[in-house]
Design a binder for this molecule. Structure first.
Ligand SMILES: *Cc1c(COP(=O)(O)O)cnc(C)c1O
Length: 361
């Protein structure tokens, strides 16, 4: 096998090694099926077992009750920026969007094409370094829904608890932290996530939607953009991303074998702590996110100069660390350490950071 690097990319991102090994082993023919997952019709019993396994694992891992539907759609999280308001933002209402970064801004832009949006945000001068406190949120009791981004992939901030929203449906883009820890599903009316960060490969968007929202969907939407189409057809209205759903089923089994999301949370907390501890211990490094808004999945930090940041990325690549360059809107560095990112890789980066500081600090 060719050597694998430590892949810190923000998405598509590292997958669990046991999943890759299983895919490789079964790629020519799924056991007992005689053909590859890449060749299998989505109308077969085998594929039906795979998609139902992905769904039931997700239901078990996240504790999703029966009054929620689990959908595997296409168009990424980005299409959900449009589908959410098209289905749920009634003409006579407005929706509250809490803007905490680049992805929430994009969600707002699409919602504004559909209806009225009330934007709630933290001061721009903080460059999205924190999640707003409850008392800063001027929420509208009569809003159609409230939209949040649970983890801000680019800025490295994360909601630690859900905002209090009363009876207004809470809708979340959880693309970059879903399955990283247990969450109280019943506080959400709808959760969506692109799969390529923490669930699997690109080309699938997971949507978890509560039944009572369906009554609000207007008639006349294009069939593929109406949630009811996908609920009625169990995500098989047209050909879904069969390979992507297969990967999700394997990733979920891997998580279940680890002991579920509480166990995964412990590992994730420990990994993130290793990195934040070195950032806090050495003046040379400066975390972007406020301490109590720090993301467990995307660790963003700066060095004393842009020259040193470039040098860090270069030397890190030579040492076998890929994908550490931060997004251009924050600059600096970003280490994405999703569920599948191995602890050894975090330990190796920490020791690299200490040596780099000794050399250039
Ligand atoms: C990556 C990301 C998206 C975009 O996902 P696509 O699947 O590429 O459309 C949206 N929101 C968040 C929070 C993300 O991290």
């Amino acid at each position: 096998m060719t050597k694998r690097v430590f892949n810190f990319n923000s998405g598509p991102a590292v997958l669990p090694l046991p999943v890759l090994e299983e895919v490789q082993r079964d790629l020519m023919a799924l056991p007992g099926v005689g053909m590859s997952i890449l060749e299998l019709t989505h109308r077969s019993k085998t594929f039906d077992r795979i998609i139902r396994s992905a769904e039931s694992s997700l239901r078990e891992l996240l504790g999703i009750p029966n009054n929620y539907n689990v959908l595997f759609l296409q168009g990424g999280a980005t299409l959900q920026f449009s589908m959410v308001p098209m289905n749920l933002l009634a003409k006579d209402k407005s929706a509250d969007y809490i803007v905490t970064g680049t992805w929430s801004k994009k969600a707002v832009k699409e919602a504004q094409r559909v209806g009225t949006v009330n934007i709630i945000t933290t001061p721009e001068d903080s460059n999205f370094s924190r999640i707003p406190q409850q008392d800063e949120l001027k929420l509208d009791d009569s809003a159609a829904y409230i939209h949040i981004t649970t983890n801000n992939t680019i800025f490295g901030t994360e909601w630690k608890t859900e905002p209090s929203v009363g009876n207004v449906p809470l809708i979340a883009d959880a693309s970059s932290n879903i399955l990283s820890r247990p969450i109280p599903i019943n506080k959400y009316a709808l959760i969506y996530a692109g799969a390529q960060k923490n669930i699997g490969t690109s080309g699938v968007a997971l949507v978890i939607i509560r039944n009572d929202l369906l009554d609000r969907i207007p008639t006349g939407l294009p069939v593929m953009l109406d949630y009811r189409t996908h609920i009625e057809n169990k995500s098989l209205y047209n050909t879904p991303n069969t390979f992507g759903i297969y990967i999700i089923s394997l990733v979920c089994q891997w998580l279940q074998n680890k002991g579920g999301l509480a166990a995964v949370q412990c590992e994730n907390e420990a990994k993130a702590k290793l990195l934040y501890d070195v950032i806090d211990a050495l003046d040379f490094y400066r975390g972007h996110a406020d301490t109590n808004s720090r993301s467990m999945m995307n660790v963003t930090f700066r060095l004393p100069s842009e020259e040193l940041e470039e040098l860090f990325v270069e030397e890190a690549a030579i040492a076998g660390f890929e994908g550490l360059k931060g997004h251009r809107s924050v600059s600096g560095l970003r280490a994405s350490i999703y569920n599948a990112f191995p602890r050894e890789g975090v330990e190796a980066l920490v020791s690299f950071m200490k040596k780099f500081e000794q050399k250039y600090g």
